[in-house]
Design a protein around this ligand. Structure first.
Ligand code: MN
Length: 206
């Protein structure tokens, strides 16, 4: 694949780190282009069977997908706090990437689009909605998800800055909140929201 220059117009504000980690001739992951943002911003949760199974939580903002790795995956129970480690911005096209990242490549393993849909930014400051990016900078955002599996409000809050920056992903209290005994979305919902395939089926097809 030919070398492309990274510019400010070359796919959002910050895909350099994403591109620097990957060999695009070897992995099927998208390079990322300057595609137009959708009218309603998308979210995606990818199940990623890498060295350690985790879920990647991504929100479209400013031409890229802002991303967090959530080791235990999202919960629908507001009492459960899930660790979320920020990762590099991903291209918008990554939201429909499903397949196998080959051995030896960054993040090698199977990737499933576990859930996807639109989201609404609910992040407030002093009673007013502020841009998602401002909320991320300040360390707190909230969004309303309209996914196939995840629905309703979710909040992300930073609790540690610096080298080991860490956030918590928590379900907000609303009509889509579930109780402890009923919070089994990860166990019950194991197929791709995009293709209906299982992790094994995706892994098998490569
Ligand atoms: Mn991942």
């Amino acid at each position: 694949m030919s070398e492309k220059k990274t510019s400010k117009n070359g796919g959002g504000e910050s895909l350099e780190e994403y591109r620097g980690k990957r060999k695009f001739g070897d992995t099927g992951e998208p390079y990322g282009s300057n595609i137009k943002a959708s009218e309603k911003p998308i979210f995606v949760v990818q199940k990623h069977d890498s060295r350690k199974l985790h879920y990647d939580f991504r929100l479209e903002y400013n031409g890229v997908l802002k991303s967090w790795a959530v080791p235990k995956g999202p919960s629908a129970n507001p009492k459960v706090k899930r660790l979320a480690i920020p990762t590099e911005d991903h291209p918008i096209e990554y939201g429909s990437f499903e397949g196998v990242i080959p051995e030896g490549q960054y993040g090698a393993g199977t990737v499933m689009v576990w859930d996807t849909g639109f989201y609404k930014n609910l992040t407030e400051r002093d009673g007013k909605i502020i841009p998602l990016g401002d909320g991320i900078e300040k360390g707190h955002i909230s969004v309303w998800l309209e996914g196939k599996k995840l629905k309703g409000g979710y909040a992300l809050t930073r609790f540690r800055t610096g080298k080991n920056e860490s956030w918590l992903l928590v379900k907000m209290n609303d009509e889509f909140a579930r109780t402890e005994s009923d919070d089994n979305i990860l166990e019950n919902e194991t197929k791709s929201a995009l293709s209906g395939r299982s992790m094994d089926e995706i892994a098998g097809e490569g």
